[in-house]
Design a protein around this ligand. Structure first.
Ligand SMILES: [Zn+2]
Length: 279
């Protein structure tokens, strides 16, 4: 059973945490319109008035993209170690991991497996942003590498949905090494003529943006997603200048040739299906 099963696992746990009383009104962050929570859920958490894309729980996102019951998860049992015995705010890294596992139902910040989209087999992986900000440590890097190797073995395209704050600081340089490791694995895909589609979600930043996320043959982003290495506030402080309107957002990156497409959430599955058929 996949970890985002609607009956058990992450979806249920996440829904319990994010759900609000039935019919509760929320304010759209894009247009300030008052929306009914149940109504916006029906629209995949996209505002029907202005198209603002609210964050979608990872589990629901996968449900929207892949063919029903087609997912077989791999490498679920890989668990992070704590080689640096890292402590932050009197809490060990090990404790942080255990807390995240209990809270999200996922075993790490990345989930990958074999599935089909429009009946076409793919090796797909998704960053679990709810798990320590989707940060890339050594297990995430290993899972991405294995996913690419399976894509070569099975001769099918690879897809990664990125939503990440970047490298996992609790693993220090080991997490930074995952940038090189995943980029190297991606090069093997390229040499094997296996297509790789990268889907960038809000936010895709830091070491993930600076490595595997921006190395797709085709790079797609959801509308208004924040995509970049350092955040806009840091850049503004560093260069001492105001940044242009929409800086580091999907549409800005498309305009400047950094990505290939901006695709609304409700069109993402059909777009991936078309691209896969084309490949
Ligand atoms: Zn709105």
């Amino acid at each position: 059973m996949s970890w985002w099963s609607r009956k058990r696992g992450l979806t249920t746990e996440l829904n319990e945490k994010i759900s609000v009383p039935k019919g509760m009104a929320i304010r759209c962050e894009g247009c300030s319109e008052i929306l009914v929570e149940n109504n916006i859920k029906d629209h995949h958490r996209v505002c029907p008035h202005c198209g603002y894309h609210s964050r979608l729980p990872t589990a629901l996102r996968m449900d929207n993209l892949i063919d029903p019951d087609s997912f077989v998860e791999h490498d679920k049992d890989l668990r992070s170690e704590d080689p640096l015995e890292f402590m932050i705010d009197d809490q060990s890294y090990k404790t942080q991991i255990e807390t995240s596992i209990k809270r999200t139902g996922a075993t790490n910040a990345y989930c990958s497996g074999s599935a089909t989209i429009s009946d076409i087999p793919v090796e797909i992986g998704v960053f679990v942003f709810e798990f320590m900000g989707g940060s890339m440590g050594s297990i995430v890097g290993e899972k991405i590498t294995r996913q690419f190797e399976r894509a070569i073995e099975n001769n099918c395209p690879a897809i990664i949905l990125s939503a990440s704050g970047g490298a996992r600081m609790q693993e220090g340089v080991l997490s930074l090494m995952q940038m090189a490791k995943t980029a190297s694995a991606r090069e093997k895909l390229f040499k094997a003529n296996i297509p790789y589609i990268s889907v960038l979600l809000h936010p895709t930043t830091g070491g993930v943006a600076a490595s595997v996320a921006m190395l797709g043959d085709i790079i797609i982003a959801e509308p208004n997603a924040l995509i970049g290495f350092a955040g806009p506030r840091v850049i503004k402080q560093t260069i001492g200048q105001n940044l242009p309107y929409g800086f580091q957002r999907s549409e800005f990156l498309l305009e400047h040739g950094m990505i290939d497409m901006v695709v609304p959430r409700h069109e993402m599955a059909a777009t991936l299906g078309r691209l896969l058929a084309w490949f």
